[in-house]
Every structure is written in structure tokens, then in C-alpha cells.
Design a protein around this ligand. Sequence first.
Ligand code: NAD
Ligand code: USQ
Length: 383
Amino acid sequence: MKVLVLGGDGYLGWPTSMHLSAHGHEVMAVDNYLRRRLSREEDSEALFEVPNLHRRAQLWQEKSGKSIAVRVGDICDWDFLAGLFGEFRPDALIHYAEQPSAPYSMKNRAAAGLTLQNNVMATFNVIQAVHEFAPECHIVKLGTMGEYGTPNIDIEEGWIDIEHKGRRQKFLFPRAAGSLYHTTKVLDTDLLWFYVRTWGLRVTDLMQGPVYGLETYENRGDESLYPFFNYDELWGTVINRFLVQAVAGYPLTVYGKGGQTRGYLDLRDTLQCLRLSVEHPAQAGELRIFNQFVETFSVNTLAEMVQASGRRHGIEVKVNNLPNPRKELEEHYYNPAHTGLLELGLQPHRLTPERMDEMLSVIQRYKDRIRTDCIFRNVRWNR
Ligand code: NAD
Ligand code: USQ
């Protein structure tokens, strides 16, 4: 299939581009380097430098013999996006191209405004471009489990049947996001749902939990093909952060009581989920929603798992329960459904002690590059 990967330079986008290419798809990766620019501006750069997207595609071609087309530009720029559809008529597109950090979106008014404008406009343009130039193209959109928040009832897979005064109707499962970033994902879902109803688009919206890891089957042992790996407060996700903190001898930054529970997945499973979604498209006029995670953990459990991995490496890992900079429930019920992707064929990787140890060992190679000053900056939700 011809697959356009929007946000193809990102933590998930570059590994996805290689994975789809390895599986025989024709890939065009598109990015405007927003993530690189913002992390440089915030002085929160990744653990190691990665080549630019053109160079990465060359390295991939040398390794695999397969080519990935690269375009650098902003998908909020209509002329640029329309031009992409003119030259590459995709069967499917993966839309990763958003500002993904909750803390960045809560940092100040400018960062919140950038997040809102970029994310909602990117999704709006994608919808318009598909409608105008490739109405059969399957949109695979990255949403987030955080759209649902942490309600005191089971979370269904995207939708809920409601019976009210003797009548029934299926609705989007209620959303209650916990940051401005997460709220932009709720707005995206609503935009997609409106245009699915109105124009009959075919859409898969993936409610993904936090991802961990850096090695995949395509880049294993080849550091030049690793994704960028952030561990700072703004761009690092919690498992990646804790592993780096362990290696740096920096006490694990558990926020508040640490009972916050989320659904996590290995980077390799993100790639499987995306490929399975692309290869089994939604119907025209369908907004198909999958909850994309493999297993749930509380922050406290993750801290214990990282401590145990540290012990196996001869490192003593301390834990520091910090006052929570975020506004979120620290003890709550959490039971989301997640069967759709398993039914499509997902073979999950679990967060085993071996997997933890492998990640910790890779990070140890970069120990000298860790900057402890960007690990905790205390971006507070209630400024
Ligand atoms: P990322 O920042 O590494 O990747 C996003 C990429 O999109 C970046 O390279 C960025 O430069 C690019 N981009 C942003 N706006 C753009 C625009 N207007 N035009 C062109 N390119 C643009 O983030 P990620 O962690 O790879 O996440 C990818 C997607 O998955 C995001 O939408 C994120 O919200 C979602 N997601 C991520 C996780 C996670 O744990 N990493 C979990 C759930 C959902
Ligand atoms: N946390 C800590 N200590 C830390 C970092 C995080 O206790 O040092 C806690 C957070 O308070 C939160 C949980 O760990 O309760 C997860 O935090 P995170 O930073 O790993 O994840 P989050 O901010 O929710 O965002 C990440 C991605 C985002 C994606 C989301 C999926 O950055 O793009 O949408 O995971 S989800 O969380 O399911 O919404």
C-alpha cells in the first residue's frame, strides 16, 4: 500500500516508517521538525543526536535496500499538504503530526496556543485534503487514552451504548481530558466524527497509552536508526524517564501518591498496531476506535520495576515522591477495554524484567550524555 506518514521524523513516526517499509509498503515520511525545534528551544534535547530525516532515509536504504520518500514541511500549510496529495496518492495515511507533550501544553499561554493551533489545524487539513484529493484514503489517526481521563466506570473501546428513558443510542464514550494537549485530541476526535458522518470518510482513531522503548526489529543494534529518545520533563514519557533517572543516579520522580494508572505499550507494539490498522482498513463512513495499549501499571509499580532492574545492574535506585505538578487523580479505578487490536492480530510484547534490563543496558551506553538539570522542571498545571 502507499502510506503517507505525517510526523515521520518523530519518536513513533520514524520507526513506523521503517516498519511499514520493511513490510513492503511504499512510504512517504513527512515532517516539519517541530519536535526538534521545540526541544532545542526548551533546552531539553534527546539522549543522543539522530540524523535528519533525509539522512535517515539514506541509512535505511543502505541497510534494507528499500526507499522511504521524504518531504519536509508543515501540514498546517494547505499548499504544502495539497502538493503532497498531488504527487503521492496515498491508500492510507498515518497522522502522528501533532505537539504530543502534556507538560509543554501547560507551560504557558504561548505553548498552549501553539499546541491548540497546530494539533487541531493539522487534523482539519488532513480531513480536507483526503476529502478533496483521495476520498478513499484511510486516515489512521493517533489519539490518546488520556482523552477518556480516569472515570469511575469501565472505559469502553471508543463508544458506549446508552439507554435513557427507554430509548437507546450509541455515543462516543465520554471524554474528560487532563491537559490542554489531551484536550486537543478530544477536539480532533470530534472533528473526525463530524466529517465521517458528513462526508463518509474512513477513519481509525487509535487511543494510545504512553509508549516505552527504543529498539525495534528494524533498528536493533543499529544506533543510527534509533528514534530520538527524550527523558526530560517535557518530552520524556514516564518509563523512558525512570530508566534514564536510574542510570543517572537521580531519584525516580514519582508524582504525588503514585497510584496514577495508565495503559502502556512497547514501541514494537505501536508499530504492529499501526501496520495492522493500515492493512485492515475501516469502512467508508466508519469511525473505528481502538484502545491501544497492552498492560496497565501504576506509577508506583513502574518505580518498583525500575528499582528491581537497577538492582540487577548493581545500581541502587531511590524514589522521591514529589508534590504532583499535574492535576490528576492519584488513586482511582481504571479498567479500559482493549480487545480490538488483539482481534486484528496484535502479538503483544510485555514489560518483562528482561525487557527492562535490555532498555537499561542500552541507556547505560549514553550515561555521560544525561543532563540531570532537565529531568524535573516543575511545570505546574495550576500556574
Ligand atoms: P513526536 O513529537 O516525536 O512526533 C510528532 C512529529 O510530528 C514530530 O516529529 C513533529 O516535528 C511532527 N509535527 C508536528 N506538527 C507538525 C506539522 N504541523 N507538520 C508536520 N509535522 C509536524 O511525538 P510522538 O511521541 O512520536 O507521538 C506521535 C503521535 O502519537 C502524537 O500525535 C502523539 O500525540 C501520539 N501519542 C504518543 C504517545 C507516546 O507515548 N509517545 C502516546 C499516545 C499518543
Ligand atoms: N509521571 C510521574 N513522574 C514522572 C512523569 C510522569 O509520576 O516523572 C506520571 C504522570 O503524572 C502520569 C503518568 O506518569 O500520571 C504518565 O505520564 P507520562 O508523562 O508518561 O504520559 P502523559 O503526560 O500522559 O503523555 C504521554 C505522551 C502523550 C500521550 C500519553 C498517553 O507524551 O503524547 O498521549 O502519554 S496517555 O497517558 O494514555 O494519555
